[in-house]
Design a protein around this ligand. Structure first.
Ligand code: NAI
Length: 480
């Protein structure tokens, strides 16, 4: 029986391995992690991550051919194929601080593999890593090999949180990069055979190692660039009276451009886009390509601009001060259908409003109070470390409370800010919300989910990203 071990039971390792186990009943899959709490959650009723459809998949194969364990060394030594899906944070200190990937966890996983292995292994990079990481890992493994042969493959993951199970069952492509030697090709074939249990052959692409590593960074950079492009347009739409949804629709009808990923919003978030672009920028700089580096840097700058612009709109619309005013924040996760808050735009927006001394009442259907407090007190980039190594939040932010539902959050508030596009925010009883708010009552829709006309009829002053401005907002000071 082929044995697979995955190091790292996070948003990628957990769902990916569950789908492999479900589709390959003859393969034994063990997912291991240094975080005891994460592994016990995977073995319990409340999984550590929220992802539609994940519970069903895990329930069908857990204990059959899918196991979650903290016994990292045992499962690594027994495995034929080892996936490594650990954190790859942005460095906060030293060379490349603020840009380069910190490969501490990857390196320690590689050294551990070298220590405990007694048979030949295929080691698969699942984490997103800088180009040429495979080469570094290969060196660590071969210099400590004790005669054991390792083949390194790059198999970056393209799933999107919120649709991970769907994406894994029906991927646009599976990408496998490997050495073009007979041993490398054999290892590539072995991994191809795993995916071929459910992925059509023509969707499994093979490349050399570096192309696979770079393709992942490039794909995230292109996706984030689309969002920054439409967000840049949204600012121009507000200035000119055009409607960004109409512009996106018209632009997306061009088959060369396509309609996906063209929604204007308060900005992109998530653990990958910013981190991977910073990484790309760093690689370009190291390779003497400052123009290319600056080009991609601009995608992040526009994203930061969009978040600032939103905060400025809120403050300037409300008589240039939100000090002491209750503001309801609807949605904290970086997108709908996930509880993940890593790099969510809500953090920057909330911090911006807190900087102007607002009182925030936050509601998100999937994010806990503890997580919100941690996010609002944590330093930039500290989130991307195994949970037990993250700094504890020393204080709680007193101007922040967490509500049970949108109605409680909005009660007596001066304004509502919608920061995640949860479906339930489309169908709230806005009349009831309006009746219980201070007047004038404002809605700032950072995801373009509300029906603007209906809300204006109720009496709200509505700001929606990239839409023709409410007459109220036109008379307020211009925003930067
Ligand atoms: P995560 O933080 O959810 O999971 C990483 C896990 O690795 C943690 O549970 C941590 O405790 C564990 N870990 C760290 N060092 C370890 C070690 N030496 N031994 C055993 N376990 C260890 O991270 P996530 O989101 O799963 O991401 C993992 C990688 O996949 C990152 O490189 C990320 O950029 C990439 N990726 C993430 C996607 C996403 O949507 N979250 C999508 C595609 C790629």
């Amino acid at each position: 029986m082929v044995k697979i071990c995955c190091i790292g039971a996070g948003y990628v390792g957990g769902p990916t391995m569950a789908v492999i186990a479900l589709n390959c009943p003859a393969i034994e899959v063990a997912v291991v992690d240094i975080s005891v709490s994460r592994i016990s959650a995977w073995n319990g009723d409340q999984l550590p991550i929220y992802e539609p459809g994940l519970d069903e998949v895990v329930k069908q194969c857990r204990g059959r051919n899918l196991f979650f364990s903290t016994d990292v060394e045992k499962h690594v030594s027994e495995a034929d194929i080892i996936f490594v899906s650990v954190n790859t944070p942005t460095k906060t200190r030293g060379l490349g601080a603020g840009k380069a990937a910190d490969l501490t966890y990857w390196e320690s996983a590689a050294r551990m593999i070298a220590d405990v292995s007694k048979s030949n292994k295929i080691v698969v990079e699942k984490s997103t890593v800088p180009v040429k990481t495979a080469e570094a890992i290969e060196r660590i493994l071969t210099h400590n090999s004790k005669g054991i042969k390792y083949q390194i493959l790059s198999n970056p993951e393209f799933l999107a949180e919120g649709t991970a199970i769907q994406d894994l069952f029906n991927p646009d492509r599976v990408l496998i990069g490997g050495r073009e030697t007979p041993e490398g090709l054999k290892a590539t074939q072995a991994l191809r055979d795993v995916y071929a249990h459910w992925v059509p052959q023509d969707r499994i692409i093979t490349t050399n190692l570096w192309s696979a590593e770079l393709s992942k960074l490039a794909a995230n950079a292109f996706l984030a660039q689309r969002i920054s492009s439409v967000n840049a347009m949204s600012a121009l739409c507000e200035a000119t009276g055009a409607d960004v949804s109409q512009v996106s629709h018209a632009v997306g009808k061009d088959s060369r451009i396509g309609p996906k990923f063209l929604n204007a919003s308060v900005g992109f978030g998530g653990s990958c886009f910013q981190k991977d672009i910073l990484n790309l920028v760093y690689i370009c700089e190291c390779n003497g390509l400052p123009e290319v580096a600056n080009y991609w840097k601009q995608v992040i700058k526009v994203n930061d601009y969009q978040k600032n612009r939103f905060v400025n709109r809120v403050v300037s619309s409300m008589f240039n001060t939100v000090s002491g005013k209750k503001i309801a924040i609807l949605g904290f996760a970086f997108k709908k259908d996930t509880g993940d808050t890593r790099e969510t735009p809500a953090i920057d927006v909330c911090k911006g409003l807190l900087g102007d001394k607002a009182q925030l009442s936050i509601y998100d259907p999937q994010v806990t109070e503890d997580q919100i407090q941690r996010d609002l007190t944590m330093n930039k980039f500290d989130w991307d470390h195994p949970i037990h190594l993250q700094p504890m939040s020393p204080t709680t932010v007193k101007q922040v409370s967490v509500a049970w539902d949108a109605y409680a959050a909005a009660k007596d508030a001066h304004a509502l800010c919608i920061l995640t596009e949860w479906d339930e925010f489309k169908t709230l009883d806005y009349r009831r919300i309006f009746d219980n708010m201070q007047k004038p009552a404002f809605v700032f829709d950072g995801r373009n989910v509300v029906n603007i006309e209906m809300l204006r009829e109720i009496g709200f002053i509505v700001y929606s990203i990239g839409k023709p401005l409410d007459p109220w907002l036109k008379n307020m000071p211009a925003v930067a």
